[in-house]
Design a protein around this ligand. Structure first.
Ligand code: ZN
Length: 443
């Protein structure tokens, strides 16, 4: 790279509140402005970085964004100022004052490794603001144009998503006018196009429930989001949809969605509230079916730890036949009940071994034939030689079945980060990816 240019990594988070705005929409505005006004080169698609879905005060999606651009050195200050001004005016347009704590962070030059660690922590654990303060003290090339806020955690974590892990793409289109909460997108066209592109896309249509999943339902500016493996396919997909309302434009993001990157292997003694994980256990209780159809299973005695399979995940019908002693790997996020017991909300379960206990009558000690019951409390009798006894008891037979089968939350209840079945085997290592033509479009 020329020494008169410099790389900026710009992170945003928490720019959405419940009814207004949206972090990706703000990003879309910023990118349009950057492309318009200065000599900016995008060295990657905007990154849509999903973070720990179990953190309670975050909006459901918990997505932060990072931009990675190369700019002339003498434009650096101008660009940062432009973004800060845009952020301030975007947030001040919220009618309800927002209720968010927007975060904006800029790294000049290379991303330090400590931000990669922060990303992993923000993806899989609870991050305390003091931890972030320590990180910030160690990073020299950091600029915080609007100071420290809760949103800075996500903004820095998004910048830290640089470790060549698996990635996917999402094309997000924005509404021209926010005219009510329902979007005018022809469902049949979504179904048709989704079938056409098959394995190149995922989680866009629920064929079982016959529901399109690309349109949200709130008053935010997102018209639709299409998820898939390849930016070019997503753009074609979008162009083939029948959309019957005004469009502002679209932009393609690179993302950690659909990669399972939050499901890291942990030991039982590493289980803490709000962590995401996969943990290998043998079941300590039979499944208990709760009213409403959820299922709960005890997976550790001391300290007590449970796993819950919610009805809407469709997992209960797969796990109801499990038994004490079964060897499984449970993946999900740890929540805490009001009595402070930890419980894992299960996203995936891999059944390794199933233990089946059978009982059968004993063998006759004289002739070797299997005996029959002589009646209640009367012991056993042998039909061949007539031997009777009350001293023998039934044989207990323990059969260990190798199962090797995994069960995954159904598509409607799936979290953004959860890897859907059709992505298995499609994992790859992604680095920064130079955007193709037409990665952003505005009317
Ligand atoms: Zn006998």
């Amino acid at each position: 790279m020329n020494d008169w240019r410099v790389t900026l990594h710009i992170g945003f988070d928490d720019i959405d509140s419940q009814f207004n705005g949206c972090t990706t929409h703000f990003t879309y505005n910023v990118v349009r402005e950057l492309l318009k006004s200065v000599d900016v080169e995008f060295i990657d698609y905007p990154n849509l970085v999903r973070l720990n879905p179990s953190i309670p005060f975050k909006t459901r999606g918990n997505g932060a964004v990072a931009l990675r651009i190369s700019v002339p050195k003498d434009c650096e200050e101008l660009i940062i100022k432009l973004i800060r001004n845009m952020l301030e005016s975007y947030v001040s347009s919220y009618e309800d004052g927002g209720g968010c704590e927007p975060g904006l962070a800029v790294i000049v030059g290379d991303v330090p490794e400590i931000l990669n660690k922060l990303y992993v922590k923000a993806l899989t654990d609870y991050v305390h603001i003091d931890y972030v303060r320590n990180v910030m003290n160690e990073v020299r090339n950091l600029i915080l144009p609007i100071g420290i806020s809760r949103g800075v955690i996500g903004a820095l974590a998004a910048i830290g998503w640089t470790q060549n892990s698996d990635c996917t793409y999402e094309l997000i289109a924005y509404r021209g006018l926010i005219n009510g909460s329902s979007r005018c997108v022809d469902k049949e066209s979504v179904k048709e196009v989704d079938l056409k592109y098959g394995d190149y896309v995922f989680n866009n249509y629920d064929y079982e429930g016959d529901v399109m999943l690309i349109t949200p339902h709130g008053y935010d500016p997102v018209l639709l989001g299409i998820r898939g493996e390849d930016p070019e396919v997503l753009i074609k997909y979008f162009k083939e949809l029948k959309i019957c309302e005004d469009l502002s434009g679209y932009m393609v993001f690179r993302s950690n969605q659909g990669t399972d990157s939050h499901l890291i292997k942990r030991d039982l003694d590493e289980v803490r509230t709000y962590r995401t994980l996969c943990v290998e256990v043998s079941l300590k209780s039979k499944p208990t079916i709760l009213r409403g159809g959820d299922i709960i299973v005890k997976i550790n005695d001391n300290p007590p730890l449970y796993s819950i399979f919610y009805k809407e995940t469709s997992l209960p019908r797969e796990v109801r036949k499990l038994n004490i002693g079964d060897e499984v790997i449970i993946c999900g996020s740890v929540k805490q009940w009001s009595d402070l017991t930890n419980v894992i909300n299960v996203e995936k379960i891999f059944v390794k071994e199933r233990i089946r206990i059978y009982e059968r009558n004993p063998i006759c000690p004289h002739c070797g034939k299997r005996m029959t019951s002589a009646g209640t409390n009367k012991g056993f009798k042998c039909k061949r030689c007539g031997f009777r006894t009350k001293d023998l008891s039934k044989e207990v037979i323990k059969v260990v079945e190798d199962v090797g089968k995994s069960y995954i939350t159904n598509i409607r209840a799936m979290k953004h980060l959860t890897k859907p079945p059709r992505r298995y085997g499609r994992e790859r290592r992604c680095n920064f990816v130079k955007p193709i033509n037409h990665w952003i479009y505005s009317v």
